[in-house]
Design a protein around this ligand. Sequence first.
Ligand code: CO
Length: 179
Amino acid sequence: MEYRIRTWPDKILKEPTKEVDFFNDRLKEYIDKMWEFMYKEEGVGLAANQIGIPYQILVIDTSIREKKNEEETEPPVKMVLINPKIVEKEGQVMSTEGCLSFPGVQITIPRYKRVKVVGKNEKGEDVVVESSEFLSIVLQHEIDHLNGIPFISYLSPLKRKLVLDKYLKSLKESEYQTG
Ligand code: CO
């Protein structure tokens, strides 16, 4: 498989990923590749389909985030999450986000304030993750990727069209420049 960062409108970003039922060397290879790309691209999280792997796998490392809101109390975490599902959600916050699959796009969208997520670690053991701070947003953003939902879907249709038109235009221009 050829691994590379998939950018919108790549089809793989629009389709729900498949559940993982293999906790073996194949999964380990996927996870290793995901860490490699996430750190190379300086992301705080990566969903497997963002590098072309059609399975429910996330990697997150909130320690590489540049600046932290002073009101936050949760410590940074590094984790792998397999087959994650949001089982509780509450509250609302506005969140300003970028995405490795939409280079150059930064938008402000509503997110839940707190989420509780269940899933498995790379060994297949059950894990539960809860957050009401930065990690909560990362979890929502990345789990959406696994469900084929891009962050632009939270914009109004008009705003979404403006953002997408600008993004697609910038893609075309960069293609033109690089030949
Ligand atoms: Co993203």
